[in-house]
Design a protein around this ligand. Structure first.
Ligand SMILES: Cc1ncc(COP(=O)(O)O)c(C=O)c1O
Length: 405
């Protein structure tokens, strides 16, 4: 009989150590603060429903009806026809011609990103990812043993991509360019000329474009056109979901639209294979996709207005704090201010000290790939205006003390 050491832990995969997602990892710290009796203001997760914005009733009715009608079976791996057709018609109507057979319904944008990257990269492949980035990209690449190559977004230029830096990063191992526009965590929307330059760059190097357009309906001035409109024959995959602009993040329902270029046909077959393996995404929720895209969207008009008011307050209050600068966001519900930290401090130190002193939970910029000494942090400004005023008051007092210590 072999002897085993029952005291030793079951080993875990090394790749998990590289898989980090600061937006949720930091919650453990907040729970300690809460356990010690301080009220925590959770400004870490971009979930509008958690802040009182309501899922449109016609979408809830559609899901309820689907359940009652018995749509509780497995569904087709690529999603139900009605949802795929609605997604295709929506992109096509916005100038990016897509046929329904090139749409996959996924468990949120997140699963689409996993499927696309899973179908694309080998161990050692490189993917160009913005810095700062929404951290799922780096986490998934770590899981796949592929490599993140960060291209800078420039806070001194309204967080626009630094195209000169981008050009220095391409190697024979580069496979794709990730574009998040409108952007999380910066709230930036890129002008057409920048979008054009990004597409041209990707085309020049034969790169797949992964266009994360989950905030496409949440530009403060109205919805933002899809990347595919500029170059429908470029190898573009667009991702979006019901989570943000349709106020149903917990439904885990989204889509990916694969551009019409025949260069994407093999990749699409690979995505299909992976999608078969996970059976299907949540079935009843798929019945809300067509009503969302073809039905009443008036909630988006008021949502955008509410977001703009919160963004204005946020920027105004942050800019009044000594030692704090902030680029004004033009979409979504994030601001990415910078605190002029003393030389020996990190963004994480500031964010945790703020949390412990005031209960205000934000996320440090290094969680989005930025150098820790630069002192960036991300604020989710979805709370009601009165609460935001109170929060920024706490933050101003704390920051004054912190920087004068
Ligand atoms: C840029 C970006 N992409 C993807 C996601 C994931 O969203 P979903 O709920 O659609 O999976 C988020 C969520 O915050 C995001 O900000």
């Amino acid at each position: 009989m072999t002897t085993t050491n029952i005291a030793s832990a079951i080993p875990t995969a090394a790749r998990v150590h590289r898989f980090t997602y600061a937006i949720r990892n930091i919650v453990a710290e907040a729970q300690k603060v809460e356990a010690a009796g301080t009220k925590v203001r959770y400004l870490n997760i971009g979930d509008p429903v958690a802040f009182g914005f309501k899922t449109p009733p016609h979408l809830i009715a559609a899901v309820e009806r689907a359940m009652r009608d018995g749509h509780n079976t497995y569904g087709p791996s690529a999603g139900i026809g009605a949802a795929r057709e609605a997604v295709a018609a929506d992109y096509t109507g916005n100038g990016f011609p897509i046929s329904a057979d090139r749409v996959f319904i996924t468990a949120g944008t997140s699963e689409g990103i996993e499927l696309a990257l899973g179908a694309l990269v080998e161990a050692g492949s490189e993917v160009l990812v913005p810095m700062p980035t929404y951290p799922l990209y780096t986490a998934v690449l770590a899981k796949l043993d592929a490599k993140t190559k960060y291209y800078r977004l420039d806070p001194s230029n309204d967080w626009m991509p630094d195209l000169d830096h981008l050009k220095t990063l391409v190697t024979p191992a580069t496979r794709a360019l990730v574009i998040i526009d409108p952007n999380n965590p910066t709230g930036a929307v890129y002008p057409r000329a920048t979008r054009r330059a990004l597409i041209d760059f990707a085309e020049q190097h034969g790169l797949l474009i992964l266009a994360d357009e989950v905030y496409g309906e949440l530009g403060f001035e109205g919805s933002v056109e899809p990347y595919g409109l500029l170059e429908p024959d470029a190898p573009i995959i667009s991702f979006s979901s019901l989570s943000k602009a349709y106020l149903a993040p917990g439904w885990r329902t989204g889509w990916m639209a694969i551009g019409r270029s025949p260069r994407l046909n093999d990749l699409m077959a690979a995505v299909r294979k992976l999608a078969d393996g996970r059976l299907c995404s949540n079935l009843p929720m798929q019945y809300a996709v067509a009503p969302a895209l073809t039905g009443d969207r008036s909630h988006q008009v008021s949502f955008r207005k509410e977001l703009k008011a919160r963004a204005d307050l946020t920027v105004d209050r942050l800019r009044r704090m000594q030692g704090v600068t902030c680029v004004a966001p033009t979409a979504a519900f994030y601001a990415m201010p910078q605190v002029a930290l003393p030389g020996n401090k990190t963004d994480e130190h500031y964010v945790k000290a703020l949390l412990h002193a005031t209960g205000v939970l934000t996320v440090y910029g290094s969680g989005f790939g930025l150098p820790a000494e630069q002192g960036f942090l991300r604020i989710v400004f979805l709370a009601p205006l009165d609460e935001l005023r109170e929060i920024y008051g706490l933050m101003a007092d704390f920051t004054r003390d912190y920087l004068s210590r």
